[in-house]
Design a protein around this ligand. Structure first.
Ligand code: FAD
Length: 458
């Protein structure tokens, strides 16, 4: 390390940065990290974790209703938003402390403040300057706002976690997973929700059967889903907001939330000055080993805009450490990354959509089952589960698993192991189900659906 303060300086204390720093320190490297907001990053502080806590909260509404069919009499429940937010904040504070403790325990020196590069080996954090042999950038992403007039009155998911009260009427703008999840959260907690999306169907990029099934279910639950429509303007009135839509209609509401995408956090990092190339959307360009266009500078996670999920950022960071500090160069495998949408009901998915599978494999066998889950035979709730297997006809490999329904994320995580292992339909058929579960349907679907099912939703 001759001449440098550190072997590694990590910029960004989120999922990728913290894991990279800790693992590198574990190999004996002298490591420092800087974080401008709170250790834990988006996922822990204002993403996956608080989002899922709010999602749990919003599910109780239906649980109380469903209990009646099982013989329970539940007194009229009441909900306290301030208590939920306070309890959530307490847990997030605890997790932030855990992250700092983990860094300390691993021997990583950590700093609070915005970091920027002065040259390829020098980082400035506030008034301090440090040199390092290797730099890892893991600065994540930030919500991007639409440009139409009036958005200064809107919020992003960042602020949604800190609202002083539960809004009575909410407009959510967007069709991606964050938009869908927050529509479900506010709807479940009792707000009147309008979700506006410019495309023809929510969840672009997901399998069409997931998109269509989920859209049907969330509409049944009371979300007013308005597609092929944009927000032209937001008007602030004395007591509320008036949202003007492109179809000429107006929606009165108390809160407008943009969930229209996220941009890589590269602002004021000094990247271009040192020769780190960016893609057109601002994402840092990296090779398969997460190396940027500057030899000693690496980048992982959302700032590289590959697959923007926490476990991916973590695995990219671990592959970086193997490559640079363990002398075992390893590229992260971005194939068959499972993911979930914590909607109501939730979505779990791994592998190819039907459209992608047709492009890649040609002829397919499609297995699909739609049914009412056992729980709802007594609850009486009109909610369907949809499960789908996509099988390449020639090799009989299962190349896509998709589910909308209770416990879908928990179920599909297990399925992801089978997909990663290259399981064929015969292996699924030879697997004994667990009865009575919804998951057993994945190993008991026997007849492919006839005909060509591929239909482009967008
Ligand atoms: P981040 O976790 O964003 O960390 C980057 C950190 O860098 C931040 O803490 C930031 O403050 C800091 N930083 C930025 N610039 C600087 C600088 N110049 N100097 C110092 N520090 C800096 N993923 C899932 O897998 N599952 C989910 O359910 C899920 N839900 C989500 C819900 C929401 C509402 C959002 C917004 C995201 C969600 N994600 C989810 C995505 C997930 O949060 C990200 O993929 C993940 O956090 C990326 O990790 P990262 O290390 O790349 O960046």
């Amino acid at each position: 390390m001759a001449g440098y303060d550190y072997d590694l300086f990590v910029i960004g204390g989120g999922s990728g940065g913290v894991r990279g720093a800790r693992m590198a320190a574990g190999t004996g490297a002298k490591v420092a990290i800087a974080e401008s907001y709170r250790y834990g990053g988006t996922c822990v502080i204002r993403g996956c974790v608080p989002k899922k806590l709010l999602s749990y909260a919003s599910h109780f509404h239906e649980d109380f209703e469903d209990a009646a069919g099982f013989g329970w009499t539940v007194p009229q429940p009441s909900f306290d938003w301030a208590k939920l937010i306070a309890n959530k904040d307490k847990e997030i504070d605890r997790l932030e402390g855990v992250y700092e403790k983990l860094l300390k325990g691993a021997g990583v020196e950590f700093y609070h403040g915005h970091a920027r590069l002065l040259d390829a080996h020098t980082v400035e954090v506030g008034e301090q300057r440090f040199t390092a042999k290797i730099i890892l950038i893991a600065t994540g992403g930030a919500p991007s706002f639409p440009m139409e007039p009036g958005w200064e009155h809107g919020i992003s998911s960042n602020e949604a976690f800190h609202l002083e009260e539960l809004p009575k009427r909410v407009v959510i703008y967007g069709g991606g997973f964050i938009a869908v999840e927050f529509a479900g959260i506010f709807n479940g907690l009792g707000s009147e929700v309008t979700q506006v999306y410019r495309g023809p169907q929510i969840l672009r990029g997901f399998d069409d059967d997931i998109r269509n099934t989920l859209a049907g279910e969330i509409v049944k639950k009371g979300v007013n889903l308005v597609v092929e429509t944009t927000i032209d303007r937001i008007e602030k009135r004395e007591k509320d907001l008036l949202v003007h839509l492109s179809d000429g209609s107006e929606v009165e509401c108390d809160l407008v939330m943009a969930a229209t995408g996220r941009s890589p956090n590269v602002h004021n990092l000094g990247l271009e000055e040192v020769g780190v190339e960016l893609a057109r959307n601002g994402a840092i360009k990296v090779d398969e080993f997460s190396k940027t266009t500057v030899d000693n500078i690496y980048a992982v996670g959302d700032v590289t805009d590959r697959i923007n999920l926490t476990p991916v950022a973590i695995q990219e960071a671990m592959a970086f450490v193997d490559t640079v500090y363990r002398d075992t160069p390893r590229a992260m495998d971005h194939a068959d990354v499972p993911s979930a949408v914590f909607s109501h009901p939730p979505v779990g998915t791994v592998g190819l959509t039907e459209l992608q599978a047709r492009e890649r494999h040609g002829a397919l066998d499609i297995y699909r089952s739609t049914f009412r889950p056992l729980k709802h035979t007594l609850s009486g709730r009109d909610e369907k589960t949809m499960m789908k297997l996509i099988v390449a006809k020639d090799t009989q490999r299962v190349v896509g698993v998709h589910m909308v329904g209770l416990d879908a994320p928990e179920i599909v995580q297990g399925m992801a192991v089978a997909i990663k292992a290259g399981a064929t339909k015969q292996v699924f058929d030879a697997t004994v189900g667990i009865h009575p579960t919804a998951a057993e349907e994945f190993v008991t679907m026997r007849e492919p659906i006839p005909g060509d099912q591929a239909k482009a939703a967008e």
